[in-house]
Every structure is written in C-alpha cells, then in structure tokens.
Design a protein around this ligand. Structure first.
Ligand SMILES: [Zn+2]
Length: 122
C-alpha cells in the first residue's frame, strides 16, 4: 500500500507542477500582451500630446500630460508584475514522510538510518 500511495503522490505532484507551469505560461503571456498594449497606448498618447502641444495653448496640455504620466505609471507597474511572474518558481510541496532510498521503507521525520535495512538517510 505504501508503494501505491507513493506512486499516487508522485503522479499528483507531477500534475500540480504541470498545472503550475501551464498557469505561469498563461499569466506571462497575458502580462506580455498587456505590456505591449500599454506601450502602444503610451506611444499614441505621447504622440497625441506632442500634437496638442503644437495645436493648443499650454493650458490645454495638462490633462494630456496627466494621461501620459498615468499610462507611464501603469506600464511600469505592469512590467514589474510581468518580471515577478517570470521569476516565479515551482515550490515543491513539503513532505513530512520520508522513504528509504534503498528499500523504500517509510521512515519517521528526522530518522538517520533506515529501520529496515540500515541505510544512512541524508
Ligand atoms: Zn531501507
């Protein structure tokens, strides 16, 4: 039964990891396209602001500049989020049960030697 439990656990951990990697890839792809979109919007807003700078009296510029600054801040925050998502690593679930690498006997936490075959447990 111990062997079956271990196999089942191994399979579910592999599934957890695969799910994590899939979710991460999706998140990174979504953030990437959001960053692209914001960069595009920022470029357009900057150009529009430049045009307005020529067309309008200086008093009219304020809200355009605010818009650019807002997009700039949004983009910086989104880029940071993207970098964080990129840097995420899979965290192995902590397992309290240990198994002898030689004979597979389940061992209590902190055991130094296998109670069954005497193998040194690291
Ligand atoms: Zn053993």
């Amino acid at each position: 039964m111990a062997l079956f439990d271990r196999l089942t656990k191994g399979v579910s951990e592999a599934a957890d990891r695969a799910k994590f990697e899939t979710d991460k890839a999706l998140r990174v792809r979504r953030l990437n396209s959001e960053v692209d979109k914001l960069e595009g919007e920022l470029g357009q807003a900057t150009m529009a602001t430049g045009k307005k700078a020529i067309e309008l009296r200086p008093a009219g510029l304020e809200e355009w500049i605010e818009q650019v600054e807002k997009l700039d801040a949004q983009l910086a925050a989104k880029k940071e989020e993207l970098e964080k998502a990129r840097a995420e690593e899979y965290v192995e679930p902590e397992s309290k049960a240990k198994f002898c690498p030689k004979c597979g006997t389940e061992l209590p936490e902190g055991t130094k030697f296998c109670s069954s075959c005497g193998e040194k447990i690291s």
